[in-house]
Write a protein that binds this ligand. Structure first.
Ligand SMILES: CC(=O)CC(=O)SCCNC(=O)CCNC(=O)[C@H](O)C(C)(C)COP(=O)(O)OP(=O)(O)OC[C@H]1O[C@@H](n2cnc3c(N)ncnc32)[C@H](O)[C@@H]1OP(=O)(O)O
Ligand SMILES: NC(=O)C1=CN([C@@H]2O[C@H](COP(=O)(O)OP(=O)(O)OC[C@H]3O[C@@H](n4cnc5c(N)ncnc54)[C@H](OP(=O)(O)O)[C@@H]3O)[C@@H](O)[C@H]2O)C=CC1
Length: 278
């Protein structure tokens, strides 16, 4: 299988890495060479860790050798499956899928790793709605078991079957759901993170205490503020906006503190500061 990934950020890099670990030929796109170099560095580090722990079947260099990095979308013409993992913004994703719909061979499948944006709307933008699907990996991709598979209104059974089998070949467990705002994962997770942020704003407790209470009290592997920083506060805000607009209920209102931190450029781990400093 020729596997394409658009976006070499934390998710795109992880998806490309796991696809290459599974033996696929992978091509990864980002807008600038500098972003590709950064993504390659993150993949190298992760492969090194997994190798040290005896969790890689092939040598890191062999896995890396299966990944080609490019700034040209035309290089995706012969891909069997392309997974998009760019910024969580519907307008930007629509435009990318409009282009991919014209570039990728007609039988190729297009998938989005979006956290919340309607799959059916992106499918329409691509011009090939029956061969379009949500393939939602979890962060960090090399360590997390789940792929949430989201069928759009016109996704064909064949597309769902191929994507489910591909996720299994990547060593993941695919679980299906329908196309509703935030799907299952973020409809349930993100309001909890938003509420933790609201607790900071209202002075209910310090961030360390909020995280400690949820870690020790509920056995969560990361506290909600650490997790929000890890996901990216810009992505968290974008998801809350989709839930709020898409479900039309004020219980999904983004916390004003979340909005303010994103305005201030405090995006969490990826910008060096969020609720914590990195
Ligand atoms: C927003 C969305 O749309 C959807 C989402 O993805 S929501 C986010 C979903 N993800 C989560 O909820 C993650 C919650 N956190 C966890 O499950 C865990 O903290 C974790 C799996 C990330 C880490 O596991 P852990 O055992 O708790 O912690 P930790 O000891 O720090 O990590 C284990 C090892 O994995 C390594 N590791 C972390 N990321 C890695 C990566 N990408 N590749 C390879 N190794 C990695 C760590 O370096 C560490 O190595 P050492 O043992 O050598 O120190
Ligand atoms: N973070 C998470 O925990 C999860 C995120 N997701 C989803 O995955 C997607 C990516 O998120 P994440 O990896 O965290 O984000 P990042 O910000 O880490 O990476 C996004 C990447 O896409 C690039 N990009 C932005 N716009 C374009 C464009 N028009 N064309 C090509 N590349 C572009 C960015 O480049 P630049 O540096 O120029 O912005 C960056 O390299 C989002 O849809 C997000 O909702 C899904 C699961 C979990």
């Amino acid at each position: 299988m020729k596997f394409g990934v658009i976006g070499a950020g934390q998710m795109g890099g992880g998806i490309a890495q796991v696809a290459a670990q599974s033996g696929f030929d992978v091509v990864v796109h980002d807008q600038q060479q500098a972003f590709l170099n950064r993504g390659r560095g993150v993949i190298e580090k992760s492969l090194g860790k997994l190798h040290e722990k005896g969790r890689l079947a092939d040598a890191p260099a062999t896995v890396l050798g299966r990944i080609r990095f490019t700034t040209e979308l035309q290089d995706f013409a012969d891909c069997d499956l392309v997974v998009e993992a760019i910024v969580e913004n519907q307008g930007v994703k629509n435009e990318l899928f409009r282009q991919l719909g014209q570039i990728v061979k007609p039988e190729g499948i297009l998938a989005s790793n979006t956290s919340s944006i309607p799959i059916t709307a992106l499918a329409t933008a691509s011009g090939r709605p029956s061969q379009f699907i949500g393939m939602h990996f979890m962060n960090p991709v090399p360590l997390m078991q789940l792929v949430e598979v989201i069928r759009g209104y016109q996704t064909s059974d064949e597309t769902a079957r191929i994507v489910t089998e591909t996720a299994e070949k990547m060593g993941k467990t695919p679980l299906s759901c329908n196309d509703f705002p935030g799907f299952v994962s973020n409809r349930i997770l993100m309001p909890m993170l938003n509420e933790a942020i609201q607790c900071v704003m209202e002075g209910v407790a310090e961030p360390e205490a909020i995280d400690g209470i949820m870690k020790l009290g509920m056995n969560h592997p990361m506290g909600p503020l650490t997790l929000a920083d890890f996901i990216g506060l810009d992505t968290c805000l974008a998801i809350m906006e989709v839930l709020h607009q898409g479900l039309g209920d004020d219980k999904y209102r983004p916390s004003p503190l979340l909005r303010k931190m994103v305005q201030a450029g405090l995006l969490g781990r990826k910008s060096g500061q969020g609720f914590y400093k990195y």
